[in-house]
Design a protein around this ligand. Structure first.
Ligand SMILES: *Cc1c(COP(=O)(O)O)cnc(C)c1O
Length: 229
């Protein structure tokens, strides 16, 4: 079976409307996405622009597409017309490019800032210092971006069996979420429209929920293991 219905029911029960399930469908065919859609799922996540733009037209128009991979600036325009939320934004340059493409389309694009919380060097994302710089030093550049909405933070915990370490990383990300959600971004004292804390995958989503995740990104539990990426 292409889609694990029992797991889908178990996960949606665990979320209890406190968190949104993003079904991660990278490397999986459109038929698998359609099968999960038919069970009621509407949020899907993809990591590769080429793959996403190939699948999107084959599937129902009311799917909310999440881009969860590492996005290159020169590819933003391909997903800008339809993307619901871009999770992995990790530079001011990328924010500026997303804003530019959104402006051309006369729309707003929602983004999450990726934070580097894991021990591994290979993972992408801002450090806390870089986020402080972004909101303080680069505040003027940021407020010039009228066509993006920074809706929250995203992070990936270390790839480890050490649940205490994963818990510490999720707890840290939640504390950053609370910190930047409360930060005034202009002299009127307005704050960012924070709503989503994207953390938790197949192996650690239950732990992520304990640390107030509002969006989990789950692939292999729903669609089976991936052969290649
Ligand atoms: C692939 C991927 C996931 C899903 O991983 P699973 O372990 O299959 O649930 C979640 N988030 C990101 C950023 C990914 O690249």
């Amino acid at each position: 079976m292409a889609v694990n219905k029992e797991q889908y029911i178990e996960i949606t029960n665990a979320l209890q409307h406190k968190a949104i399930l993003v079904a991660v469908s990278k490397t999986k065919p459109a038929e698998d996405i359609q099968a999960l859609y038919n069970l009621g799922q509407r949020h899907f996540g993809e990591n590769y622009v080429q793959e996403l733009v190939a699948k999107q037209p084959q599937l129902p128009a009311d799917i909310h597409w999440h881009f969860i991979g590492h996005l290159q600036s020169n590819k933003v325009k391909q997903i800008a017309p339809f993307v619901f939320l871009i999770h992995g934004v990790d530079s001011l340059k990328l924010l500026q490019e997303i804003d530019k493409q959104a402006k051309k389309l006369d729309k707003n694009i929602q983004v999450l800032l990726q934070v580097h919380i894991a021990k591994e060097e290979t993972k992408f994302g801002f450090s806390e210092n870089e986020l402080d710089d972004l909101f303080n030093t680069a505040g003027n550049e940021l407020s010039a971006l009228q066509n993006i909405q920074i809706k929250g933070l995203m992070g990936m915990a270390s790839f480890t069996q050490d649940t205490a370490l994963i818990a510490a990383e999720f707890s840290y990300l939640k504390s950053l979420f609370d910190k930047y959600a409360a930060l005034p971004i202009n002299e009127r004292g307005e704050t960012l429209p924070f709503e989503y804390l994207s953390m938790g995958m197949s192996s650690d989503y239950q732990l992520a929920l304990q640390y107030s995740s509002t969006m989990v990104r789950i692939g292999s539990l729903l669609f089976g293991e991936r052969k290649q990426e």
